[in-house]
Design a protein around this ligand. Sequence first.
Ligand code: PGA
Length: 252
Amino acid sequence: MRQKIVAGNWKMNNDKAETKALIKGIKKAIKKLSLKNTRVIISPSYINLSAAIKKADNSKIEVAAQNMHQAKNGAYTGEISADMLKSINIETVIIGHSERREYFNETDSILAEKMDAVLANGLEAIFCFGEKLEERKSDNHFAVVESQLKNALFHLEAANFKNIVLAYEPVWAIGTGETASPEQAQEMHAFVRETISKKFGKEVADNVSILYGGSVKPANAEEIFSKPDVDGGLIGGASLKAEDFAAIIKAI
Ligand code: PGA
């Protein structure tokens, strides 16, 4: 059975005190939930990962990084390696978020290298992809998503997928308040599962969790999560408030 996951992408928000306070709030808000087969992940900024891990200790909350460099080490000012993440017990890292693609020029081929580095280090990737507004308007969204998957993942092996979570995030729905309809999400998730199935086999496709991201809120989470191929969410804005994040977790 594939896992249900609600992951919060905090982006460049929350200083150290705010990080600790938000984790405290989430812990309290989800304490009584049974959360069977459901993972709860948060991804604070690099600088607060250690504090977050400490604060999340003894709870259901897992802490992930928002990005990672593909090289082992070296002259890459400002970057963070897999070894550094592992040394503070980080096990999961978000790769290929649309903001990384857009503002930091992360191309499919860089993302393929990042995936290699993540997997070679025994880490887990939450791999993000999704079309832009013009691409959906011109009816190219399936082709765009297929090429993003092919270019960054198709060189991998089926066995790697036990360490991969997929996250479909249509760029036009991120931080815009506009969300894909549950039907649009389901249609794309089914397409992604089919694409993975054709390349890596049905078992891999049936077991990989595919999250939806883009303006998920307490008010729309339940309907989106009710779709059969939607296994959870990657939540930006609404993950910054403990009550909203907990309400989304409850909706799964
Ligand atoms: P949003 O962000 O929920 O604020 O739209 C989602 C994301 O970027 O992962």
